[in-house]
Design a protein around this ligand. Structure first.
Ligand code: ZN
Length: 63
């Protein structure tokens, strides 16, 4: 499970967290121990690898 701090979230993400649940932990992006939440709260999703992308194109699934 990855977590992200507000600073990295604002830098990398594309939206403001609405239902973020913060707790003290280590940020997976900068390594700082601070308030962190789930990356998806900032609209950050891990890039699927190429095989998954091809498969999704095949079935016309939009990410
Ligand atoms: Zn961070």
């Amino acid at each position: 499970m990855e977590f992200i701090c507000t600073r990295c979230g604002q830098k990398k993400g594309n939206k403001k967290p609405v239902h973020a649940t913060y707790h003290i932990g280590r940020c997976s992006y900068c390594g700082e121990k601070t308030y962190v939440t789930e990356p998806r709260d900032f609209g950050i999703y891990d890039e699927p690898d190429e095989d998954v992308k091809k498969l999704m194109n095949l079935f016309n699934i939009k990410l």
